[in-house]
Write a protein that binds this ligand. Structure first.
Ligand code: ASP
Length: 290
């Protein structure tokens, strides 16, 4: 079958967009194309998801990896998770401060430990032992993140996420974030929590979420969307119905979804959610506003 990939670069209100739409769309498109190149070459969905997430983590336009928002102490604390729909194996890291690409650390947790989630100093030590370079936290901090922290203490958020299906019909999902700005030290959002920010199951599909983690966690949004799909809703209706549960609690969120047949869907309650895709019919595109 033809592969497909959909990426998001976080959702949020118009006022936080700072005129970043061009940069954000271009970055999302570059990530989708990088992931699709892996899929086109016969690579697995999990490889494509990791590849595309790394492109987004390295792009300062997004709140993940380099350019992440800062916590209340001015430190970038990163969370990420990845899940393979074929095996239902998953890996995640949270509250890491010395790793440039947390999605790869998450994948190492999945493949090289008997655990799903490692946090803080233990996650960092593991990641470095697994070969990921140690970097100074300040090397993750961009001028924009510093200015936002110093001048405004803006309550902002954002995240990156990728869902993909490969030529064999296997799905995978990954999510990576700096979380919410000025968050409390040690705060963990939905992104590294399997079933909340990320879920993948070859029998149903793969989902990555963005938005205010505290609400997403309470409805286990990623898993919830797949449950709704399992009940017979279309991909689009499942994404929207899952989202409606977050909205009902007063939260804001966005989801992306791929099915094993290569259907793509997305939904957000926010004013913007940058996203980019390559469909199973090889159509490429990107968008920023809702
Ligand atoms: N979901 C992320 C978190 O709460 C932030 C976001 O996606 O905007 O950590």
């Amino acid at each position: 079958m033809n592969p497909a990939i959909l990426v998001h670069g976080g959702c949020g209100p118009r006022s936080e967009a700072d005129g970043d739409d061009q940069q954000s769309r271009a970055g999302a498109l570059a990530a989708a194309k990088a992931g699709h190149a892996v899929l086109r070459g016969g690579g697995s969905a999990i490889d494509a998801v990791e590849r595309a997430c790394r492109v987004l983590e390295d792009d300062p336009a997004f709140n993940a990896g380099y350019g992440a928002v800062l916590n209340e102490d001015g430190v970038a604390e990163l969370d990420a998770s990845i899940m393979d729909g074929a095996s239902l194996k998953a890996g995640a890291v949270a509250v890491v401060t010395t790793v440039k690409n947390p999605i790869t650390a998450a994948r190492r947790v999945m493949e090289r430990t008997r655990h799903v989630l490692l946090v803080g100093a233990g996650a960092e030590a593991f990641a470095h032992e697994a070969g990921l370079p140690r970097i100074e936290n300040q090397a993750l901090v961009t001028e924009k993140a510093r200015a936002r922290f110093a001048a405004e203490r803006l309550a902002t958020h954002g995240t990156v996420g990728v869902v993909a299906v490969d030529v064999q019909g296997h799905v995978a999902a990954g999510t990576s974030t700096g979380g919410t700005s000025s968050k409390k030290r040690g705060r963990v959002g939905d992104s590294p929590l399997i079933g909340c920010g990320t879920y993948a199951d070859d029998r149903l599909g793969a989902v990555s979420c963005t938005g205010v983690g505290e609400y997403i966690i309470r409805v286990t949004l990623a898993r919830r969307v797949l449950e709704l799909l399992d009940r017979g809703l279309s991909p689009q209706a499942a994404a929207e119905a899952g989202l409606a549960e977050v909205v009902r609690l007063g939260g804001e969120a966005g989801v992306i979804l791929v099915t094993p047949q290569g259907e793509l869907a997305w939904a957000t309650s926010a004013e913007r959610m940058s996203r980019a895709w390559v469909t199973r019919d090889n159509e490429t595109g990107s968008a920023f506003w809702k």
